[in-house]
Design a binder for this molecule. Structure first.
Ligand code: NAD
Length: 785
């Protein structure tokens, strides 16, 4: 065997494997661009040595064998592939072949040739599907398979929302095979991957794999849950012709209810095709689905028939492909960058490669969980993807190509910038009323502002337009200020002198004065801007605004406990902890003090917002404690029954059972039996009171009633009225009726049979009334029995 023969065999074996992985397993291991290169290499060799072409060569066949798990379907008219072009020259050659094939005048440099009419459609990146309609009813759905034999996926295609199960209107041929692409929109793909990731399932490298993997499911319930869509681009078997052009066919199918491309257009001649290609290319990123090129087809059906087919593709159509959005390259190293909040992020250093027209040398790896998910090692061959404006991503490792000397990716123990310790962040989750702490995906340098990288980023953020808006201080100048030791915290900016600034690179007299003026001008920020400028992890502009608006003062924001912060709209427990621990940190406190010392005056500070006060009801508060099995309804019942947090905590079993069913009542008691839960709840309640708030239920009664602010307790049995009636009467005087006795209790009404509550009241020396005295008290206040 000579070298060419050997190479041809090698290429065929390799392409066959890739075809199988791509078409059958929906798990390609190399990007399409790499496949296309191998394919073209084989095609070129076979063109030079036609005697070596065999009928089983991948250049002569389509797709791959159908998966035997599905039953098989024979395509009466084969489902072919398309020839492809990557440049204008190949496109013009295609047009020339078509013109020649149809015996039309060729024209010369000055034009004058016949302009063939082409239909233009985007080339959707999904998978080809055949839908068979008998008397207007969908009877079968099939994949392309190897072009002759596909898989029966009838059940699955029925779950695709925009595939009509029955054709609309009338006049359709008794037998009609519709062909088109099943694909997944970009948004659907993002959503699917997010849910898969959350559920610990498999994520997909791109929308095509996701669409193929979703449609070829043995369990159609899975398919039904996937955001698949269909777009029709042609017909197969049909009992009678529909129209005499391709576009005519598609328009008629649309009238029968078939989705077709909104981008379908007619082009007169090749130049208009090229215009269409450029136009769609410019709009590619803003289309809601991924396309890998455009497809041009000779519009006249008669001309299509005249031109006919080659081995695996029609002579009357071509796919003009876009530059690939996925490419192969080598991972040279993984470096760690330190961000503003100290997060130590892995960044891939790549052997530069062109992806979708742009050279890519770096790609973010997000965090170590992502590195583990990818199974990435240094030295690996990886697939880089750059779709739209999205930053380049490493989507997959080509494990077959892993070199022997590949190294694992390791997080540095010390910060690469300042040498401080690097620690793994913790993830605080709350489930069933308990906070659980687990290891987070993020590693952080603990150096804070002592770390040059964090300090620089913190200052760049602090001066940015949406933060303190100090104009004239670019990144380079910040780096210089930090490197020369002139600025060690944001507060130091306010101590800069003219001499120091004018010495910086790029600063002259005027620009120095302007910068100093801008620094002075920034001294009166709004509270929201100031909070945002501090750069608290996870606190963006919106959260900063919410904090400022709701709590009204820096003092309250600084003091707020995590449980109080969770009251704010969109603040979850994790963010609440970040905010709280930021302000607990002595270094951060010092920076804030220094800023104020330099004359920073925070504007618009005031009261708690009415909205915030109104949102704090006892029911809501109890709900936010997330007591297991107690939902908002149960929490409200507790609030209604007991009226105060203390009373809920101290309630005895019988009282509790009056408010809630057994399981929930137990849960509440168990929850408050844990000292830490009690303390946290009491501290949060106390803080709300310190902030000047009352529970809504209290507020109603505060105004002017004789017993406002007094807590009463009813115990023992009453003979002249029920306990509920007694409670109503007390509440009508503004009193609060609680279920347990404490030092704060104003008065206890004790009927016969009173037990521990009465004892406790006596121990505490509280005022105790028997029923008779209680009735006198009520009538004395004008309350009728
Ligand atoms: P193709 O995908 O390049 O083109 C043909 C297909 O285009 C049709 O079957 C149809 O599904 C689709 N299509 C989309 N819009 C269309 C429209 N408007 N009109 C007609 N058809 C339209 O060819 P192919 O034979 O399906 O697959 C070959 C390609 O698949 C290769 O070029 C390669 O990019 C990729 N592939 C990749 C691997 C891998 O390992 N990465 C393996 C095999 C194939």
């Amino acid at each position: 065997m000579n070298a060419v023969e050997t190479r041809i065999l090698e290429l065929r074996t390799e392409l066959d494997q890739h075809n199988y992985r791509y078409h059958v397993l929906d798990e390609p291991s190399i990007p399409d661009a790499e496949y296309d290169r191998l394919f073209h290499e084989l095609k070129a060799l076979e063109e030079q040595h036609p005697e070596l072409v065999t009928s089983d060569s991948p250049t002569q066949r389509v797709g791959s064998v159908a998966l035997s798990a599905f039953s098989q379907v024979r395509h009466e008219i084969p489902m072919l592939s398309l020839g492809n072009a990557f440049d204008e020259t190949t496109m013009r050659e295609f047009d020339r072949r078509v013109t020649e094939g149809l015996d039309l005048p060729m024209g010369d440099l000055l034009g004058g040739g016949a302009a063939v009419e082409y239909s233009c459609e985007p080339k959707l990146d999904g998978l080809a599907v055949s839908l068979l309609y008998q008397d207007g009813m969908l009877v079968r759905g099939a994949t392309r398979g190897d072009g002759t034999t596909g898989e029966d996926i009838s059940v699955n295609v029925r779950t695709v929302r925009n595939i009509p199960l029955k054709l609309q209107g009338s006049g359709w041929p008794p037998l009609l095979e519709v062909r088109g692409e099943v694909y997944m929109s970009k948004a659907g793909f993002e959503r699917l991957n997010a849910t898969q990731l959350e559920a610990g399932g498999k994520t997909f490298a791109n929308p095509r794999n996701a669409a193929a993997g979703s449609l070829r499911q043995l369990d159609s319930r899975i398919t039904a849950n996937r955001p698949l869509e269909f777009c029709c681009y042609g017909i197969g078997q049909v009992t009678s012709d529909i129209a005499d052009t391709h576009i005519g066919n598609l328009k008629q199918l649309k009238a029968w209810g078939m989705p077709i491309s909104r981008e379908l257009k007619l082009a007169h001649g090749i130049d208009e095709c090229l215009d269409y290609y450029r136009d769609i290319g410019e709009r590619r990123d803003s289309l809601p689905y991924e396309i890998d090129g455009v497809v041009f087809k000779v519009n006249s059906i008669a001309s299509q028939r005249e031109l006919g087919f080659r081995a695996r593709e029609p002579r009357w159509a071509i796919a003009h492909k876009f530059p690939a959005s996925e490419e192969l390259t080598e991972l040279l190293d993984v470096e760690f960058q330190v961000g503003r909040t100290g997060a130590v992020t892995p960044v891939a250093r790549l052997k530069p490669v062109k992806v979708a027209g742009v050279t890519v040398a770096n790609a973010t790896l997000h965090n170590m969980d992502e590195v583990a998910r990818l199974g990435l090692m240094i030295g690996d061959t990886v697939i880089i993807r750059r779709a739209g404006d999205v930053i380049p991503q490493v989507v997959q490792v080509v494990t077959e190509r892993r070199p022997d000397n590949a190294r694992p990716v390791e997080v540095p123990q010390q910060c690469p910038v300042c040498g401080s310790h690097v620690e793994r962040t913790q993830l605080i989750k709350r489930s069933k009323g308990r906070e659980t702490v687990s290891e987070g995906a993020v590693y952080r340098c603990v150096g804070r502002l002592a770390c040059g990288a964090q300090l620089k980023q913190a200052i760049i953020h602090f001066v940015s337009r949406r933060a303190m808006d100090i104009e004239g201080l670019g990144e380079k100048s910040v780096e210089q200020l930090v490197d020369e030791g002139l600025v060690g915290s944001p507060a130091d900016l306010y101590a800069l002198t003219f001499e120091q600034v004018v010495d910086l690179e790029g600063f002259a007299e005027l620009s120095s004065r302007n910068l100093l003026a801008a620094i002075v001008d920034s001294k009166k920020p709004s509270l929201a801007r100031f909070i945002y400028a501090l750069g608290i992890p996870d606190v963006g502009e919106e959260t900063a605004k919410v904090l400022a608006r709701s709590l009204g003062s820096l003092e309250r924001v600084q003091a707020a406990l995590p449980h109080v912060l969770t009251y704010l709209p969109d603040v979850g427990l994790e963010v609440a902890h970040e905010i709280h621990s930021f302000f607990e940190d002595p270094h951060n406190r010092q920076v804030i003090k220094d800023l104020l010392r330099h004359g920073l005056q925070i504007q618009d500070q005031g009261e708690l917002s009415a909205e915030f006060s109104a949102s704090t009801t006892l029911g809501g508060f109890l709900d936010k404690l997330h007591i297991p099995s107690v939902g908002p309804g149960g929490a409200q019942k507790l609030a209604d029954k007991f009226g105060s947090l203390e009373a809920v905590m101290d309630a005895d079993w019988l009282d509790m059972r009056q408010a809630l069913p057994e399981k929930q009542a137990n849960a509440v008691r168990e929850f408050f039996a844990i000292a830490a839960n009690r303390e946290q709840a009491l501290a949060a309640e106390q803080q709300l009171r310190d902030f000047g708030m009352h529970w809504q239920s209290e507020k109603k009664v505060v105004e002017g009633l004789p017993e406002a602010g007094h807590t009463w307790v009813l115990t023992g049995s009453l003979e002249l009225m029920s306990r509920d009636v007694a409670k109503d009467k007390l509440e009508s005087l503004g009193a609060k009726v609680a279920g347990s006795v404490s030092a704060k209790t104003h008065c206890v009404v004790a009927g016969p049979g009173a037990g521990s509550k009465l004892t406790k009241a006596n121990e505490l020396g509280l005022k105790v009334l028997d029923e008779q005295a209680f009735v006198e008290f009520l009538t004395g206040h004008g309350v009728a029995l």
